[in-house]
Design a protein around this ligand. Structure first.
Ligand code: HEM
Length: 516
């Protein structure tokens, strides 16, 4: 190759020019100039891409933060990204500078997905209105209150029954593709039991109805959503976000487009059915509440509001995507940790037996179950399922911790560096429920526990997620014990995550033994 270049005078001078530019760039490019945050030097065009591991970008950035400090910048191709690291810095930016750091960075793949509509990947007045509407409507529908407790408990019952009907009392949990395989003597079935249960909670709130685990359309939708979340976090989609013209050449991008299109057809049909059967006097669900608000605005002559069909579709789609995968993945991590550390599992079950006994667990029990609560919090901390949160962008020029950051700069609030902040956690890298317990064994809140982030863009579903995690986790542990399958030791269970937009456990198997 080089020989060919040297043989042509034009190629040789071009090559020389590129080398000269490269040397000049390396000599003179320093990110700490003009008061900007410091950071590693990169190469022209590709920036720092070769200095990070795209499969564990959060870890690479965490390592860089140890060298460059809590506010630093990297270049992904032509794009400048400011990384915020450590509990204090992330909290300070998200809460004290909420407005400046509160916009969403709508990357090319997010734009392809929702076209700037809905809640998660939108900004400005439309985002504000949709977020406010989602929060009040979910609250009206019982989020975080007795009503949603009933919906969740109903799903806990279905889930327990689903697992018990296999009688043989052992099943396998496969972490990556969210498939729960029930293995009995003869029967073998692929089962999306946990995802199905969690998704049904959202489904009941969004559509006013649940679906059975055997419903093919429902299961196909869950599998597609799961695949979407996985593909969006893949290295090739990260490259697509930097060089969007690559899209058609990338299989993951083409698969994503197909998935999203299929998903849209299914959800649009449900929304159309609800629209056709709407009775403005009776609000059955989130979709109804939206349609009723739209009608009220139109009745008063406002046909140009944010309550249009794209915002309806993508808000519903967002709440499904954000509310299913996150919670189901966290439950899976909890079961994996308990199978790995049986002495912790024993203690959770002892506490559940002595406080709740054999009656159904309820949210009011949580205050009397400090150890169980601490285990759930520690699961969320160490599993760290959204390690880089979602990207933000600055809404104006800002001076932050002495550095100037320009309007429109992509900002990553690095949750890995918060949930494993060495100055906040006693044993940041090991599973230790005592992070959340005082000397008397009472539950304690920790400021650096921020898996839902904080500030203007903080998770809309925090209350619901916390209730779900507690009720699902406690109900499962009341009814089953989790262990590695025969022939596999606890040491063999792998706590390294698989990658995606969220980080699930790697594919592996677990057994559930009925406790009755
Ligand atoms: C264990 C469960 C969950 C975790 C760990 C989690 C975590 C997060 C995180 C880290 C963000 C990004 C915040 C940011 O970028 O500033 C987020 C945003 C969001 N979450 Fe969750 N979440 C969970 C469950 C849920 C549930 C159950 C729902 C819905 C009912 C939900 C709805 C949303 C929405 C709509 C946003 C976007 C907020 C906005 O952009 O304004 N999440 N979540």
């Amino acid at each position: 190759m080089l020989e060919v270049i040297y043989q042509s005078p034009t190629s040789a001078s071009l090559f020389g020019l590129v080398v000269a530019l490269l040397v000049l760039h390396l000599l003179f490019s320093s990110f700490s100039s003009h008061g900007e945050p410091p950071g590693p030097r990169g190469l022209p065009l590709i920036g720092n891409l070769f200095q990070v591991d795209l499969k564990r970008l959060d870890q690479s950035l965490f390592n860089l933060s140890k060298k460059y400090g809590p506010v630093f910048q990297v270049n992904f191709g032509p794009q400048k990204v400011v990384v915020l690291a450590g509990y204090r810095t992330v909290k300070h930016a998200m809460v004290n500078h909420a407005e400046e750091f509160g916009n969403r960075d709508i990357t090319p793949i997010f734009r392809d997905w929702t076209h700037g509509h809905g809640i998660i990947f939108s900004n400005g007045d439309s985002w504000r209105e949709m977020r406010r509407f989602a929060l009040t409507t979910l609250k009206d529908l019982g989020m975080g209150r007795t009503m949603s407790q009933e919906i969740i408990l109903q799903e806990c019952r279905y889930l327990i029954k689903e697992l018990e009907q296999f009688g043989d009392k052992s099943f396998e949990l496969v972490g990556n593709d969210f498939v729960l395989n029930i293995v009995a003597d003869k029967a073998f079935t692929d089962d999306l039991a946990i995802t199905c249960a969690v998704s049904n909670v959202i489904s009941t709130l969004m559509y006013g109805k649940r679906s059975d685990c055997t419903d093919k359309v429902f299961c196909d939708t869950l599998e597609r959503e799961n695949k979407t979340v996985h593909l969006i976090g893949s290295a090739s989609i990260m490259i697509y976000n930097i060089f969007p013209w690559l899209g058609y050449f990338l299989k993951n991008w083409r698969d994503l487009m197909k998935n999203m299109a299929k998903d849209k057809l299914v959800k649009e049909k449900i929304i159309t059915d609800l629209t056709e059967t709407l009775d403005p006097e009776t609000c059955r669900c989130f979709v109804d509440a939206f349609l009723i608000r739209k009608k009220q605005l139109e009745d008063s002559g406002n046909y140009n509001s944010h309550y249009h069909k794209d915002n309806l579709f993508y808000s519903v789609d967002n709440l499904f995507a954000a509310g299913t995968d996150t919670t189901a993945v966290t439950i899976r991590w909890g079961l994996l940790y308990l199978a790995k550390f049986p002495h912790i599992q024993d203690r959770v079950q002892e506490e559940l037996s002595s406080v709740v006994g054999s009656r159904e667990v309820r949210i009011e029990d949580r205050k009397n179950l400090p150890y169980t609560d601490a285990v759930i919090h520690e699961t969320q901390r160490l599993a760290n399922i959204v390690p880089m949160a979602l990207p933000h962008t600055t809404s104006k020029d800002v001076t932050f911790q002495g550095y100037s950051i320009k309007e429109g700069t992509t900002v990553v609030p690095l949750l890995t560096s918060v949930l494993c902040d060495e100055s906040e956690w006693e044993t940041p890298y090991s599973f230790n429920p005592f992070h959340f317990l005082d000397k008397e064994g009472k539950f304690i809140r920790r400021d650096a526990f921020m898996p839902f982030l904080a500030g203007r863009r903080a998770c809309v579903g925090e209350g619901l997620a916390k209730m779900e995690l507690f009720l699902f986790f406690a109900s499962l542990l009341q009814n089953f014990s989790f262990s590695p399958p025969p022939g596999v030791s606890e040491d063999d269970l792998d706590l390294e995550p698989a990658v995606g937009l969220t980080f699930p456990p790697k594919p592996q198997q677990l057994c559930a033994i009925s406790r009755h």
